[in-house]
Every structure is written in structure tokens, then in C-alpha cells.
Design a protein. Sequence first.
Length: 189
Amino acid sequence: MTVDVPKARWLLLVVKVPAQPSKHRVAVWRELRKVGAVPVGQGVWAVPDVPVFAGGIARAIELTERSGGEAMSLLAAGRSAADAARLQAQFTAARSADWGEFLADCGKFEQEIAKEIGIAKFTLAELEEEEQSLERLRRWHRDLTARDVFGSPEAAEAGERLKHCTTVCEDYAERVFTALHATGEEPTS
């Protein structure tokens, strides 16, 4: 789902959380980062006004209020096309950073499997661990795709990289089952 920039509406969340204990500020900050909100000022966060962000914003409001703080959500749009473009650029830059982190983790996943192949560690336990890592990458990719409403340039590369990770894991699974068959072990998991 992509959003047209000039027509983009934004949800601004203004939060005031007590300074102590700091765990409340951190919890609200983490929730807003997790949902993909971008900071636009002291205690002010923005997300496009689309349904994918509603649950995370509601959780941030709940966390804020539970801590004794205050939260106010406002609908906004850029006053000019330039304002709208700047906010979209800030949001897209944050998604690009997310995709960069995702791509780095794909690289780590591929390196881990290459290491296991290099030392011939072909066990079901290791395969299960790698499959769990791949599933985590898949969930992360789904989450990032849902939040990337303006279509960051890195999104396509990330999709291809996830496909490559899947291929690498499938190849590793074949090697594990070949090794187990060669030793006469019965592959159970």
C-alpha cells in the first residue's frame, strides 16, 4: 500500500511522560519506534494516518497514560507540498534505515549458514535453529513492508535478499538430510 504524498494525512502523537521512573519513557519510546513512528519534536511523533499504525499508537497511548502521563493524538497534513514532502522524506529515511538493518541481518544469516557448511555441521538441531532465524526474518520483512507505506528504495532489494536467504536455508536443509541419510540416522524433528 503506497500513499500519495500531497494527500497524505498524518497522525501526530504528543506525549508527556513523567521523568521518573525512566522505564515508562523508555517503554513508550520503544513502542513508538517499534511501530515506525518518527520523532518530529520533543515528545511529538508522527505516522501516516493509515490503519497499519493504529494498534501501535493505541499501545503507546495506553503506556503513556498508565505511567501517569498524558497523550494527545492529532490529525495533520503538511501546510504546503514542501512540508508534506519533508515529513514523507523523514519517514522514508527511517524506513530505509530499518531496511538497512534487515539487509545486514540477512547477511549475518547467510554467513552463519556458510559457516555451518564450512565446518560440515549438518544436524537437525542446527537446521531447526536456522529455520527459526529465517522465520524471524520473514516476520520482520512482513512488519517492515506493512509500515513502508511510501515505498522505500531498499524494499525491493530486501525482498530479493529474503528470497536468497530462503534458497540458502533450503540448500542447507538438503545437505543436512543428505548427511543424515549417509550416516543412516532417521531424520526426526
